[in-house]
Design a protein around this ligand. Structure first.
Ligand code: FAD
Ligand code: AMP
Length: 478
């Protein structure tokens, strides 16, 4: 007999698995189809995020930062030690254990919530039917009242640097190095390139980042991107802007990369090369020709503001649709869709999705940049507070960077919070909470912040918007 569910989700990444759990919680019969298997050939839920994305990259960033601190950051605290060494396979093994814990945790959550987990490749057919090709090649068709497509994304390949996962790797390969490459090249100075470049640079690799654009971190506030370029360069990342990779040649254990910059054609040799030039939506064999769902010109599934596709009852969420490729965006879209399936009036505030780059210092922002607001003709007041003036940051010997709060000059409403510095991601989230409730800079300034905390830098930056900061000289006078 054909199985029938209220909701069938294709893909168990942070978009799909969260949607499936929420649907089951709301009393809908739910199945989630996933095909990804780990190195042991076992079904692994959690998608890119848990298996080869957010979590493993943060595990390596944390390990490599501890190594860096042990090498260079302890003496100032009066701590001396005989010397430190890094066991790279142990570091990579720790990461693998974290991944396993989390992916098996999703399986447990599925069980606890009554989500039916189906292993296989899902394909949407006409009439909200879903064809599942199981690992043994058998095919089953299931029926659904509602289908949520959440197949995610995969790394973009570029012809000048074909990935072999040996010398030229993508982000997945870069999480698996078993030793520190002496000379490491990274193509692309985006979030993933900078995070992975930082991991291996902290462990001793000479890292060169080749970025085609002349502008560094274009989406960030200019003050933040300038500070980030200065700091990351000081840390040893050789970031070459305006350097477009045009070719590569693998010679045994090394690769010669050709790029063009303002001075013409250049060659540079690396022991490993990470290609981190962005990600593209996964729609291979996802949609039957007559299923009715359409793609946009860039290959993303076409959806409206509520993630509804062109077919009633079929939705798409996460990296496979327009907007930022972020786990938290995928998850919230999943929740919104399921709430709407249930008939609730859910919607998502796409203007307040925080962005984070987990370098050190961290870089994070929410809302608009000063340059965007100026281009839109919005008059703003800006308050900035440097961590160099924060007692808590001094105590931690982590004083690089600043908090910048941007408010509408007429209404004082906060329009952007931009942070480069310790715990930037956490501080920006506080800004996001305030902004969701329409906070003014004055509101933030009137709140009581614990002392001593890094959060006080957000408080002071908000006060500085109207010339009222206490612990720095105010540029703007009241
Ligand atoms: P995915 O996580 O890609 O999951 C989709 C799942 O669908 C996959 O498991 C896939 O196997 C499965 N699938 C695809 N097609 C089918 C099919 N036809 N049938 C069955 N199953 C199918 N984001 C952040 O927010 N913070 C970070 O710190 C961060 N760091 C990152 C670091 C790296 C190195 C990378 C690569 C990404 C990072 N991201 C980060 C991005 C984040 O991982 C993605 O935005 C997020 O995983 C997207 O979620 P998703 O559910 O849309 O898709
Ligand atoms: P993101 O999409 O944020 O992950 O960033 C990817 C970066 O890679 C972008 O800034 C692109 O400009 C850059 N990029 C893409 N192709 C090339 C190339 N051939 N050489 C150098 N940089 C590139």
């Amino acid at each position: 007999m054909t199985q029938k569910f209220d909701v069938v989700v294709i893909g168990a990444g942070p978009g799909g698995y969260v949607a499936a759990i929420k649907a089951a919680q709301l009393g809908l019969t739910t199945a989630c189809i996933e095909k990804y298997t780990d190195k042991e050939g076992k079904l692994a839920l959690g998608g890119t995020c848990l298996n080869v994305g957010c979590i493993p990259s943060k595990a390596l960033l944390d390990s490599s930062w501890k190594f860096h601190e042990a090498q260079d950051g302890f003496a100032i605290h009066g701590i001396s030690h005989a010397g430190v060494s890094m066991d790279v396979p142990a570091m990579v093994g720790r990461k693998a254990n974290i991944v396993k814990n989390l992916t098996s945790g999703v399986a447990t959550l599925f069980k606890a919530n009554g989500v039916t987990s189906i292993q296989g490749h899902g394909k949407l057919l006409a009439g909200k039917k879903v064809e599942v090709t199981k690992p043994d090649g058998s095919v089953e068709v299931i029926e659904a009242e509602n289908v949520i497509l959440a197949p995610g994304s995969r790394p973009i390949d570029i012809p000048p640097a074909p990935v072999d996962q040996k010398v030229i790797v993508d982000s997945t390969g870069a999480l698996e190095f078993q030793s520190v490459p002496k000379r490491l090249g990274v193509i692309g100075a985006g979030v993933i390139g900078l995070e992975l470049g930082s991991v291996w640079s902290r462990l001793g690799a000479e890292v060169t980042v080749l970025e085609a654009l002349d502008t560094f971190l274009m989406a960030a506030d200019t003050a933040v991107s300038k500070e980030a370029l200065k700091t990351l360069t000081k840390q040893g990342l050789d970031i070459k802007l305006g350097a477009r990779v045009t070719g590569s040649k693998v010679n045994g254990e090394e690769v010669v990369v050709t790029y063009t910059d303002a001075n013409g054609e250049q060659n540079i040799t690396f022991d490993k090369l990470i290609v981190a030039v962005g990600r593209r939506p996964v729609t291979t064999d996802l949609l039957a020709a007559d299923c009715g769902v359409t793609l946009d010109e860039r290959g993303f599934v076409h959806v409206d503001d509520h993630c509804a596709t062109t077919v009633p009852g079929v939705y798409a969420i996460g990296d496979v649709v327009r907007g930022m490729m972020l786990a938290h965006k995928a998850s919230e879209e999943g929740i919104m869709v399921v709430e709407r399936i249930k008939g609730h009036k859910a919607q998502m505030n796409y203007d307040l999705i925080p962005s984070v780059i987990y370098t050190h210092p961290e870089i994070a922002w929410v809302g608009k940049t000063e340059q965007t607001l100026k281009a839109e003709g919005v008059e703003v007041n800006v308050g900035t507070f440097p961590f160099a003036a924060s007692g808590r940051a001094m105590a931690a010997n982590d004083t690089g960077g600043f908090v910048k709060v941007i408010a509408d000059a007429k209404t004082d409403r906060v329009l952007g919070v931009h942070v480069i510095g310790p715990s930037a991601a956490e501080l920006v989230q506080q800004g996001a909470i305030g902004m969701e409730f329409g906070t003014s800079a004055e509101d933030l300034g009137m709140m009581v912040f614990s002392h001593p905390t890094l959060s006080e830098a957000l408080h002071e930056a908000a006060l500085a918007v109207n010339g009222g900061a206490i612990h720095i000289a105010n540029r703007k006078k009241r």
